[in-house]
Ligand binder design. Structure first.
Ligand SMILES: NC(=O)c1ccc[n+]([C@@H]2O[C@H](COP(=O)([O-])OP(=O)(O)OC[C@H]3O[C@@H](n4cnc5c(N)ncnc54)[C@H](O)[C@@H]3O)[C@@H](O)[C@H]2O)c1
Length: 258
């Protein structure tokens, strides 16, 4: 698919990886809908992209609400007339040992990471079916392939997103809609500073803020964390590719060889 002039919705768009994805898609000439929780942050990032000559629209969205995801799709259709790409990137993590995992934390992670992706897909797929064209890209993780300890809820959702990818790939193929997943490795973000750092750093004998660099040096042949733009490039590939569907592409510096 030629990207110039096409319309993409990116959820979790003002987060670390979301920004990288939006920048790459906007630079390729796509109209980009910035879908995240807070209206001011969405509008500010859209303004930033538009100031550099891109075409972006802030669309405050809570992916856990069917009403909100329906509004998101309607606003994007009003503004741009079509929806070609959905990037289900919004995601959260909670870490705890199995026996201590709180039900409310488990439910929250399932709601955002899995139910959110389902609601967003349900909101946009009717328009893609009508156009007989579309791309859905689900943001999984290396945790969807080889998770670490303490990640019961997160790993379940990231495996689940690969499950969605394989199911939807088959259901939507007759409408020329491809469905793929990206599995990022380690990208510096609040997930690391607020959750993974405090949980895992003591085992590595480093301060929490040093964890990502430390584990990248030890566990990644390329020896460094990935950048948000590198994840954006994988998303752009799936947007372009006409014959690739049902795949989960790992971008992790060689951390795990599948
Ligand atoms: N950072 C990593 O190392 C890493 C690795 C693998 C996969 N991922 C995945 O990449 C995606 C983006 O993560 P990130 O690292 O940029 O994290 P981040 O915390 O920087 O961004 C996540 C974004 O999702 C948004 N969000 C949360 N709940 C939402 C909701 N209900 N509705 C709409 N938006 C919501 C947040 O506001 C935030 O902007 C996530 O799905 C994450 O699981 C991240």
């Amino acid at each position: 698919m030629e990207l110039k002039g096409k319309v993409a919705i990116v959820t979790g768009a003002v987060g670390a990886i979301g920004r990288g994805i939006c920048k790459v898609l906007a630079a390729a000439g796509m109209h980009v809908a910035i879908a995240d929780l807070l209206p001011e942050q969405c509008d500010r990032f859209a303004d930033e992209l538009n100031a550099s000559g891109a075409s972006a629209l802030g669309v405050a969205t809570d992916v856990t609400s069917r009403e909100s995801t329906g509004q998101m799709a309607r606003r994007v259709l009003e503004a741009f007339g079509r929806i070609d790409v959905l990037v289900n990137n919004a995601g959260i993590i909670r870490v705890a040992p199995l026996v201590d995992f709180k039900e409310e934390d488990f439910d929250k992670v399932i709601d955002v990471n899995l139910k959110g992706a389902l609601f967003c897909a349900q909101a946009v797929v009717p328009d893609m079916m009508k156009n007989m064209n579309g791309r859905i890209i689900n943001m999984s993780s290396v945790a969807g392939k080889r998770p670490g300890p303490l990640q019961s809820a997160y790993a379940a959702t990231k495996h689940g997103l690969i499950g969605f990818t394989q199911v939807w790939c088959q259901e939507l193929a007759p409408y020329h809609i491809t469905v793929n997943a990206v599995c990022p490795g380690f990208i510096d973000s609040p997930m690391w500073s607020e959750h993974l750092g405090p949980a895992y750093a003591p085992a590595f004998g480093v301060e929490p803020e040093k964890l990502i660099e430390t584990v990248a040096k030890i566990h990644m042949p390329l020896g460094r964390p990935q950048t948000p733009e590198e994840i954006g490039e994988a998303v752009a590939y799936f947007c372009m590719a006409d014959s690739t569907s049902g795949q989960a592409l790992v971008i992790d510096g060689g951390h795990a060889m599948w």
